[in-house]
Ligand binder design. Structure first.
Ligand code: PLP
Length: 392
């Protein structure tokens, strides 16, 4: 008998990967599957970024780098944050990590243990809860409500803080809802957090460059009073269509930086050297591809929202960020997961059931618009036919 520690019975995962696997299996068997389950841009990484990685390999960057990342990249991250968000970050507090997920893994490991409580958005990225449970801490969901435009509520969040609360996880623009929390609400939260100086904050801003309707991303880095307890999670995956490169970064408070660095040394040593040069080219090179991608997502956003709102029993708010719509399906008479499963098996459309993002996701499905307008249009037609046939 192999006696693994009990915490491994509690670790979860992301169902989106299982849906992707099933969708691929069905497609390989000859079915026409339209994948709106996917959580990654359907664009190629821009050429100049790919070329920078190839050049790095040709130039002989084949070795370990410092565990914290190559210095020019850490400086480029700080410069990029300054340029985009008008805040100063010390490059010495930037850590280059293999993907956005690694920052949440580290932050939750630092603050989670039995007896501790960690607040996280629900519906939200499923790994938050999985990792909290893994550490033995109590996961405390912060409900993300449709009637609140899928923004988090400062008042409700603050009301859930107890003396046991160690870490508060925030995510705006958000997965799976596309919600963006307005600046005023974030101001209110930060003001309230002054009463809880021992609570650390991890702000997942991986979709920070994907906002629409002229809405500006409000970073938590903009609040100097939080900087000694704020962990920023960001990375290249979504902004530069680089999910497979595994490139992320975090900005840590001075007090925590060395712990994070040691976690890096103890696990991955450093991020793939050539990928780091690609990341550097991404930040320092032209940003046109990013703007074009976001403009294309914006166009598809209207196609998705208008299309979904025309379907029987479905109503869909206009998402303000990321590339997901989170339609309300309560009037279809279906539960979300059976609907997602039937849409895949019977109509050939992959979407993710809301409960895969937490209990407050029941009654919703996540529809990603990281697919062509043509495919989105076909998928919505098929969904309409499916729902009408089932209702008959
Ligand atoms: N945070 C959120 C909210 C996400 O949606 C994702 C990916 O889907 C991540 C973090 C992880 O990003 P990465 O693929 O860079 O690990």
């Amino acid at each position: 008998m192999l006696n693994t520690v009990a915490s491994f019975d509690r670790i979860g995962e992301e169902n989106a990967f299982a849906v992707l696997a099933r969708a691929t299996e069905l497609a390989n068997s000859g079915r026409d599957i339209i994948n709106l389950g996917i959580g990654q841009p359907d664009f190629r990484t821009p050429d100049h970024i790919v070329e920078a990685a190839i050049k790095a390999l040709r130039d002989g960057h084949h070795c370990y780098t410092p565990a914290t990342g190559i210095q020019p990249l850490r400086e480029a991250v700080a410069a990029d944050i300054h340029k985009r968000l008008s805040v100063d970050v010390d490059p010495g507090l930037v850590l280059i990590v293999p993907g956005g997920k690694v920052t949440m893994f580290m932050a939750i490991l630092m603050f989670g243990e039995p007896g501790a409580e960690i607040l996280y958005p629900d519906p939200g990225f499923p790994i938050y809860r999985s990792m909290i449970e893994f550490t033995g801490a109590r996961p405390v969901p912060v409900p993300i409500r449709e009637e609140n435009g899928f923004a988090f509520s400062a008042e409700e969040t603050l009301s859930l803080i107890t003396p046991q609360t160690r870490l508060l996880i925030l995510n705006s623009p958000a997965n799976p809802t596309g919600g963006v929390t307005p600046k005023e609400e974030i101001d209110k939260l930060v003001e309230g957090l002054a009463r809880f100086p021992d609570v650390a904050i991890m702000s997942d801003e991986i979709y920070g460059q994907m906002t629409y309707d002229g809405l500006e991303h409000r970073t938590l880095l903009a609040y100097p009073e939080l900087r000694d307890r704020l962990i920023l999670l960001d990375g290249w995956s979504k902004t530069y269509a680089m999910t497979g490169w595994r490139m992320g970064y975090s900005v840590w408070p001075q007090k925590l930086y060395d712990y994070a660095r040691k976690l890096a040394v103890n696990s991955f040593s450093c991020v793939n050297a050539s990928a780091q040069y690609a990341g550097l080219a991404a930040l320092e090179g032209p940003q046109d591809a990013v703007r074009e991608m976001v403009a294309e997502f914006d166009r598809r956003r209207s196609v998705v929202v208008n299309g979904l709102n025309g379907l029987p029993g479905i109503s869909c708010r206009t998402p303000k960020g990321a590339f997901y719509a989170f339609p309300n399906i309560k009037d279809t008479g279906w539960q979300a997961k059976p609907l997602a499963s039937a849409l895949l098996e019977e109509a050939g459309i992959a979407v993710i059931g809301g409960p895969d993002f937490g209990v407050h996701g029941e009654g919703y499905i996540r529809v990603s618009y990281a697919n062509s307008t043509e495919n989105i249009t076909r998928a919505i037609e098929r969904m309409g036919e499916f729902l009408t046939a089932k209702a008959a």
